[in-house]
Design a protein around this ligand. Structure first.
Ligand SMILES: Cc1cc2nc3c(=O)[nH]c(=O)nc-3n(C[C@H](O)[C@H](O)[C@H](O)COP(=O)(O)OP(=O)(O)OC[C@H]3O[C@@H](n4cnc5c(N)ncnc54)[C@H](O)[C@@H]3O)c2cc1C
Length: 364
């Protein structure tokens, strides 16, 4: 709780060229790219940096697994699917380059470990093979591996990586030079006042020439036109100590069980399985779901024997209908923009998509 005096002096300044709402991977990326064009920038965050999905995720730096690419092919056809895949591959390369990520450098938890998808005979293996061959033909760095356990096929996307998402948010934050981040600052509403957008917050008003909402699952709360387009979805995660050396250091996805896991430290980070209780997981309420949490442990024990639960948590993501993020300008206020709806792939899209938004609308 803040006193009147603390509240009064909360904002260093009250007028900014750009105010970004939300300090997740997307909000910080927007500030990173916007600062190249100058101007005074502020980020308002209702909690702390990474309070949303960006601080809760599994840390896969990927645009998706091979099964996801097969779905893109079905949904969009070959050309568009390749274009989307190229975008996420370029995003991964851009993150690595701009943040100097390297397996051997100061970011101790960064690994260029790839994403391995494991398939059974019950999966449509022809569909998967076709997707794999197409990626190969288009010169993406993929390979077939021998499959572990009782799986039939294993394919690796070699350009993917994994990291500690909080560590990466801190790296991004350290690169912000003319941006002020106001934590514990909840934006409650906004309206145009002359040349400025007035943002009402729990700490009083603040004014901006332009506003970008990087609120992901929560965009619709401030921008009703987006409410039906980005909907909140919860995801459960746990970290289990187990015989992790049964797996090589990598991200794993098992589409037949709709589960993903990652070898991390001396254990396994494991998450997913929304389908087990979709009704309850379509929510913005941050709460553990015992049904899914128990199932995660059960699945892990099936592969690795007995496991010790080290930590469990959940987070809220924003999903769009076609599971592709959306970017745009508000229909009702030309100074207000939005970006989000990464549908479980924010690490794989947000950095480059933020750059595109800034270059398109904010380049002088
Ligand atoms: C459990 C879990 C596992 C995941 N695993 C992966 C993965 O391995 N790889 C991957 O690519 N993606 C993963 N994702 C998805 C990924 O985390 C998100 O796509 C990404 O973090 C979205 O970033 P963002 O900045 O758009 O949103 P967020 O990180 O959600 O940031 C939005 C911010 O806005 C703030 N906010 C909300 N309302 C207001 C307001 N009115 N005023 C001020 N601030 C406000 C919130 O506090 C929050 O910090 C996972 C998600 C979850 C939940």
């Amino acid at each position: 709780m803040l006193s009147y005096w603390q509240n009064k002096s909360h904002f260093i300044d009250h007028e900014y060229d750009l105010v970004i709402l939300g300090a997740g991977v997307c909000g910080l990326s927007l500030a990173y790219w916007a600062q190249k064009y100058g101007g005074k920038i502020a980020i308002l965050e209702k909690g702390i940096v990474g309070a949303g999905a960006s601080g809760k995720n599994a840390g896969f730096l990927t645009g998706g697994n091979l099964n996801y690419f097969a779905s893109l092919l079905e949904h969009y056809g070959e050309d568009k699917a390749i274009e989307l895949w190229r975008f996420t591959t370029e995003n991964v390369a851009l993150v690595k380059h701009e943040l100097d990520l390297d397996t051997n450098n100061k970011v101790s938890e960064y690994h260029e470990s790839g994403t391995i998808s494991l398939f059974r005979t019950t999966d449509n293996l022809m569909r998967i093979r076709h997707a794999f061959e197409l990626l190969k033909k288009n010169k993406f760095d993929v390979e077939e591996l021998s499959a572990p356990f009782d799986f039939e096929k294993a394919y690796k996307i070699k350009t993917d990586a994994s990291y500690n998402p909080v560590e990466v948010l801190n790296l991004l934050k350290a690169k912000l030079v003319n941006t002020v981040i106001y934590e514990h600052t909840h934006c409650l509403g906004l309206k145009q006042q002359g040349d400025f957008v007035e943002l009402q917050t729990n700490k009083g008003p603040i004014f901006a020439k332009k506003v970008i909402m990087a609120l992901n699952a929560f965009t619709g709360e401030l921008l009703p036109e987006i409410k039906a387009k980005i909907t909140p979805v919860r995801a459960q995660m746990c970290y289990l100590k187990t015989k992790a050396d049964a797996l090589s250091m990598a991200n794993y996805s098992i589409p037949s069980e709709r589960i993903y896991m990652r070898r991390y430290g001396d254990g396994i980070l494991i998450g997913g399985m929304r389908y087990l209780d979709e009704q309850n997981e379509n929510t913005a309420h941050e709460e553990l779901n015992p049904k899914i949490q128990n199932a995660l442990i059960e699945r892990c024990e099936k592969y690795f024997g007995s496991c010790q639960l080290l930590h469990k948590w959940c987070g809220i993501m924003g999903f769009t209908q076609d599971e592709q993020p959306i970017v745009g300008r508000s229909k009702y206020n030309a100074n207000v923009f939005y970006i989000g709806g990464y549908s479980g792939h924010g690490n794989g899209y947000a950095f480059k998509l933020s750059k595109n938004l800034i270059d398109e609308y904010f380049a002088k």
